[in-house]
Design a protein around this ligand. Sequence first.
Ligand SMILES: [Zn+2]
Length: 592
Amino acid sequence: MGQQIANKSELSDTERQVVHEISDEEPWALLEQFSELERVSGSDDEKEAAEYITDRLESFGVTYDRYDPELYISQPHDASVTATDREFSADFAKTVSFAASQTVTAPVEYVGSAGPSFLDDPDPDEALAEPYEDVGDLSAKIALTAAGSLSIRATRKLESKGAEGVIAIHEHDREPHNGIATPIWGGVPELHERDKIPDVPIVHVNSPDGEQLRSMADDDGVTAELSTSLTTDWFECPVIVASIDATEVESDEFVLLHGHYDSWHVGITDNATGDAGMLEIARVFDDVADTLNRNLRIAWWPGHSTGRYAGSTWYADEFGVELARNCVAHVNMDSPGTKDATEYTDMSCWTPEAHELVTESIDDVTGASSQERFPFRAGDYSFDNLGVTGFLMLSSNIPEDIRDERGYHTVGGCGGNSDAWHLSTDTLDKAGRDELVRDIRVYAVSLLRVLTPDVLPFDHRRNAEKIRETVAGYDDAAEDNFDFSPTLDALEQLVEALDSFQTAIANDDIDPATANRTITELSRVLTRLNLVEKKQFEQDPAVSRQPVPRYAPAERFETLDEDERRFLTRQLTRKQNAVVYDLENALEEMPT
Ligand SMILES: [Zn+2]
């Protein structure tokens, strides 16, 4: 069944057994079930989907836990945009989770574009420019903006300029994409953060309606009534976590494979295909538990779409200390198996130490090309602040030339199929049987390569080197304003120490338990340095980020006045102290 394995000779016996066992039967049965379920978090359809998963796990004899936490969810219901001074009514308006549920009437002002989406290659000049820099006061106005899928930063900016409401024009001709407007990771704000949830109604419209509104606004002005209806409240939502424990060894270490099962509409390629893949991995890995050196947990999350990753964030909070101690890697399975997705170049991401592991797994299973991307602050990457090595989120994509041919605009999922992503058309026909089986095999092989060896396969020398390159870039950008050499020196020493460490591992000169402890501890320090700003048991907001985000403001020196430069210098001094302290501690802990 499915496609041939590209490099069968590179696979171990267990890997061969597992890829052979993986078929489309169980996965496709799930897709057919889920194609009848609109799995909005807090709904009966979501609970039915959870029960389908647990029924199947029981039939395989796989043990699992079901939790039913109350998550802070925002269900969008209806939205409309109508002109009050002429005939106009948007065809297919949608509001977004965590927008205000409200009706406002005001003149419409077109304010330009929201800026690049998180999937676009960051243009260093554009990354610095704030969206709407030249837009003035928007009090008593509705802001109309062009946005592929409106960025959170853009909404915040328009709200801070006084806008009463926001209309976002999507690139899609028929139906705007569903989305979410809160930057608060996990949905639940801390007490002091509640004002970060937008306080204005937000409506997405399709491209023809948006363009019509824009020309009316630009020509002689238009007044619109914008109306939204949402329920933002606590909903009990099932979280399912299956356990495949190593049977021949006792280990506290585990890998967390995870993905969301809630959806927009029936969400077949986002993310019923991922749910199906995880179920298939549970079924097949149960048979090879005797070959594992550490445990596998498989989690199906609710609350991803309407709660800004509420399910995975709940888990990260509830089991934070245990994850920090024992989770050696997290692997996200979101939107695999889209029809015609044949390469791994545009959407797949991983932390640097997992590069060889992931690219070799892709190559051995598929022979397709792949490309490393810096992990997006999106998906269910709720384990970044904990400092957990992560790989994959999205995986395969439709090649760019085919997307262009079909007129697909850029979207952040569904393999690049913009006629599926967060739309009512994300239906069974968007999934591919062969593509799904192939992607499940990629996940399976990469998981086995973490679960079976004595020593974890993560190369932190590469991680430290990449971070060093990034910091060197900030050091250049800061010119004489700031000196990052304490960080650069510490990273250089770490790279040297890691050279000897990797050699010792290769020569069996270090016992595996010590090596694994060191590797995991380095994941905590380096992943946090590379990906986040906030503390270990907190959550960075869901906004786009640069590598080593604590140091990224160094690029702004040239745009600042004298006082501001001195403020930023003080800020960076504090950040650098924390970084160097952590790096020195990590160095001291290195086995010699
Ligand atoms: Zn998804």
